[in-house]
Design a protein around this ligand. Structure first.
Ligand SMILES: Cc1ncc(COP(=O)(O)O)c(C=O)c1O
Length: 436
């Protein structure tokens, strides 16, 4: 479960040249750590394998997985776009110097302010979720005389065979409009045809997250191309862009199936190349929106063990100095994680080893990061490592029980770069009205 540049020397884990048990002496735990070389490696996999001679292939990073200015800069250098979903995302991305013209703006319930800001700031592409939103967008677009480029999000009704909370394209899903609802499709075509400056470039579909095999993507691509061909035939509108969303899985446990990202990417491109030729589509751009797969397995969290407890009922606990406030995924959808002790990593297990639940410090019995983890006896002060926390952990973190959000560092070779500082107590209470 090690990250790309992680190694183990004398039972101690290192990232680059940094010993993790030393790192936590100077940086507060819970500490989110990213392997910068690991992210660079992923970027290069997308650049190498998501490419075609027939059309442009654009990788748009889904920033909901994790967002920091330093990452925006890495993505800009890589030539990637960024998917944003709120004013907060747009604000951070803009402040980081990343061009908003390379941003794809999402959301199933965009506010008036969000739509107006996206128009004013000339965000590259707006992904419209529904007819009502399209009408509101068109009203706001009246105020400007430049084209507003959009994709329309549709629901292809494909099961991604993943957890229900991260499956997004069943017919009952809240996202987009169904590709089988032709009344709505004709209505949206009419609205676009009558609009002076809101342009429909193509369609968007995202079928879910943590998908491990190419077959669901292949099915989604084929379904979308069939749909686009029919849409063009029925409406006489020519479309040039298809966005297939994100959802590429990563390994969380050693027993998880190996995920072959290059193979998945190549299969998607080949499927689209073939479909475009067969259907005579004028596709110019194929987009994908990976989040988790770009950062998830290059990130991990370090905690300090505050002690262990054996209950009267013989249950063993390891207490860590974080938990559900910095990683809600186990409580939210039973996500599983691999856990180790970074300062005694590869010791062969003795007959003193115990099965532990790794639990946080929040006042919830569900504050469990991993269950039944067999470890050599854990001691107070040990550095506990939870692997593959790079996606949807910091970005979903919260202040429950007055916990402040943790520091985030990127590490490469000898370099430790703090990219997000630990939230201070003053920042924590900065929105409170005192003495009123
Ligand atoms: C529209 C859209 N695109 C991309 C993603 C990224 O998915 P993942 O992190 O699984 O790649 C999501 C995740 O929810 C999404 O909703």
């Amino acid at each position: 479960m090690k990250t790309y540049a992680m190694r183990e020397v004398n039972n101690e884990l290192y990232l680059g040249n940094i010993r993790l048990s030393e790192l936590v002496k100077d940086h507060p735990t819970p500490l989110y750590v990213y392997d910068e070389a690991g992210i660079e490696h992923k970027i290069s996999q997308f650049r190498t394998h998501f490419t075609s001679k027939q059309f442009f292939c654009e990788t748009i990073y889904a920033s909901k997985a994790f967002l920091a200015p330093y990452l925006c800069q890495m993505l800009e250098k890589a030539g990637f776009g960024i998917d944003a979903v709120s004013l907060g995302d747009l604000y951070l991305i803009k402040k980081s110097g990343f061009p908003l013209a390379k941003v794809v703006f999402h959301g199933n319930n965009k506010s008036d302010e969000e739509l107006q800001t996206a128009i004013k700031e000339r965000v590259g592409l707006i992904v419209v979720d529904n007819l009502n939103e399209l009408k509101r967008l068109m009203t706001f677009a009246e105020a400007v005389d430049y084209p507003i480029k959009t994709l329309f999000r549709v629901n292809p009704g494909i099961s991604a065979h993943t957890h229900a909370y991260i499956e997004t394209a069943l017919l009952s899903s809240k996202f987009g409009e169904s590709i089988y609802d032709w009344d709505k499709m004709h209505s949206l075509a009419k609205l676009y045809q009558e609009s002076r400056n809101v342009k429909l470039l193509g369609f968007h579909a995202h079928i879910g997250s943590q998908i491990n095999t190419p077959s669901s993507f292949v099915k989604s691509a084929q379904t979308m191309l069939n749909f686009m061909a029919k849409f063009q035939e029925e409406t006489k509108m020519v479309l040039n862009t298809l966005n297939l969303g994100g959802g590429f899985g990563i390994k969380y446990l050693p027993k998880d199936k190996e995920i072959k990202l290059p193979e998945m990417l190549t299969k998607i491109v080949k499927t689209v190349e073939k479909g475009v030729k067969e259907k005579g589509l004028a596709l110019r751009t194929l987009m994908i929106e990976p989040g988790r797969s770009l950062v998830g397995d290059s990130g991990f969290t370090l905690y300090r063990c505050g002690g262990t407890k054996q209950t009267f009922g013989h249950k063993n606990y390891v207490f860590i100095d974080g938990g559900m406030a910095d990683n809600i995924r186990p409580a939210l959808y039973q996500a599983k994680y691999t856990v180790g002790v970074a300062n005694r990593f590869n010791q062969p297990l003795s007959n003193q080893a115990l099965s532990y639940d790794i639990v946080g410090k929040c006042c919830e019995s569900g504050d469990v990061i991993a269950k039944d983890v067999v470890l050599e006896q854990v001691e107070e002060g040990d550095t506990i490592i939870v692997f593959a926390t790079g996606a949807y952990c910091y970005s979903m973190s919260m202040n429950y029980n007055g916990l402040t959000r943790g520091e985030v560092v990127f590490i490469k070779d000898d370099q430790i770069k703090v990219v997000i500082e630990k939230e201070s107590l003053d920042q924590l209470v900065s929105t409170c009205v005192f003495g009123g």
